[in-house]
Design a binder for this molecule. Structure first.
Ligand code: SF4
Length: 446
């Protein structure tokens, strides 16, 4: 709440506070608030060249830059800018991205975002947004670490839902055939291979609306979870909607995380899916969280939504009682035969804007550069990592669509100096439930 108040009160961006090259009123270093946000970055002091550059009159009209006039952002109490490096250049510094990043670094995550503020961050000049996404990323994470997850479709196609982007829906003529649940041999071998290839999280997806009435298959999946967890990997599932008892059974089996994407904003959602509601999705996330499983939830851009819908998605995620542990940002891969087959491909700039905004508003989340990565070059992916992405899917396929080549990913890690993130088994809330209590939970879920 204090953070929220800090943003809302105080001067508007029309005040003389203009430049993120601040000097602190209480510190000799502009970076003192953070142990590491400036390592490797263009850190500045009051005498630095970036400050002197800032005193040059701007050649640009502020009319072309929409954020200053509408934003209500201000700096944290106790912070001041060095007036000599903050002339009223018309650029409206600091941007909402700069201010929100500053506050995220100093005060940690917040859960009381209003949509207009996230919109203002999202609308910040792209390079500024990128820079401050990186600032928050470096503060909240080991910035060279990237989580590698492998996603396997363990039950493909024939889904009863009508998600407009999905080639696995039985309502679309995409040529994806309905299959049965993959056998233990196939699934466990895939997990072993993923581990050997450096993956620390193994994700299993099924093309189902939910798991109700699938007792045998659900039991089988519980066994997969136990086995793969026993290999020393984090385990994630995406099985559609869950009931409370099923979430508890998955937790008892050792599930690390459960993926259930919100996909887009509440307003745009009915244009994409009509067979389940936004609130049903939120209900599943609540059951997952209450069971003590890490929540993985993000969305897809490129569905034909407006920028406001992207912001709406981030706003819903960032105002959950706890931020998702993982936030996948997917770029639509338009598949022939789906209603979205003619959608224009997402541009890298849109991904960077989305990733950096997600990083700033949910500092501690793993932001996953997910579907659509296959279309981006290494330099483009580098910008996404810079903006705050710290997780990827590896493996030949993402469910049914192609993914990046394994060797190319390893080479990218080498070139960019990235290192694989080790598994974290401490995540998710510990629930006090002994074995005796677990058995009824598993039985009830069947
Ligand atoms: S996204 Fe999931 S729920 Fe929707 S159609 Fe595809 S498999 Fe079914």
């Amino acid at each position: 709440m204090a953070l929220r108040q800090a943003i809302r009160k105080g001067t508007s961006l029309k005040s003389p506070l203009r430049n993120p090259c601040r000097t602190s009123a209480s510190s000799s270093s502009p970076c003192a608030a953070s142990p590491s946000p400036c390592s490797g970055m263009a850190c500045c002091s009051s005498s630095s060249s970036c400050c002197s550059a800032a005193v040059e009159p701007s050649p640009f009209s502020s009319q072309n830059i929409p954020f200053p006039a509408t934003s209500s952002f201000s700096l944290s109490p106790g912070l001041s800018l060095n007036p000599s490096c903050a002339p009223d250049s018309g650029l409206g510094w600091p941007s909402p991205a700069a201010i929100a990043a500053d506050q995220a670094v100093k005060e940690g995550p917040r859960y009381d975002w209003v949509r207009e503020d996230i919109q203002a961050i999202y609308n910040s000049p792209l390079l500024d947004l990128l820079y401050h996404g990186a600032q928050v990323h470096r503060h909240a994470h080991k910035f060279r670490e990237v989580q590698q997850c492998t996603l396997l479709s363990i039950k493909t196609g024939g889904c009863s839902e009508d998600c407009a982007y999905c080639p696995q829906s039985s309502r679309h003529k995409t040529g994806v055939k309905a299959g049965k649940l993959l056998s233990p041999e196939v699934v466990l071998e895939a997990a072993r291979k993923a581990k050997e290839a450096g993956s620390t999280r193994f994700c299993m997806g099924t093309a189902w609306r939910d798991t109700l009435g699938r007792k045998t298959n659900f039991n089988q999946i519980l066994d997969y979870v136990k086995e793969i967890r026993g290999m020393g990997m984090e385990v994630c599932c995406t099985l559609g909607m869950l009931e409370k008892q099923q979430a508890e059974a998955l937790k008892q089996a050792g599930l690390t995380a459960y993926n259930h994407n919100l996909d887009t904003s509440r307003e745009f959602y009915p244009k994409i899916i009509t067979t389940r509601t936004y609130d049903e999705r939120l209900q599943t996330l609540q059951f997952v969280r209450e069971a003590g499983i890490s929540v993985c939830s993000g969305g897809i851009i490129g569905l034909g939504e407006a920028a406001e819908d992207r912001v709406g998605l981030l706003h819903t995620l960032a105002t959950l009682p706890e931020h998702p542990e993982s936030v996948p940002i997917n770029a639509l891969i338009a598949v022939e035969g789906t209603p979205l087959e003619d959608q224009k491909p997402v541009e890298i700039w849109e991904m960077i804007r989305m990733i950096a905004t997600a990083r700033i508003v949910m500092p501690k989340a793993m932001v996953r550069l997910s579907a659509g990565r296959v279309r981006f070059s290494v330099p483009e992916q580098a910008l996404c990592f810079m903006a705050g992405a710290n997780s990827i899917f590896t493996g030949e396929k993402l469910l049914t669509t192609p993914n990046n080549d394994f060797d190319a990913d390893q080479e990218m890690f080498r070139i960019l100096g990235l290192v694989p993130k080790a598994p974290n088994f401490a995540q998710g809330r510990q629930v006090s439930c002994d074995v005796e209590q677990a058995e009824p939970a598993v039985a009830a879920a069947q």
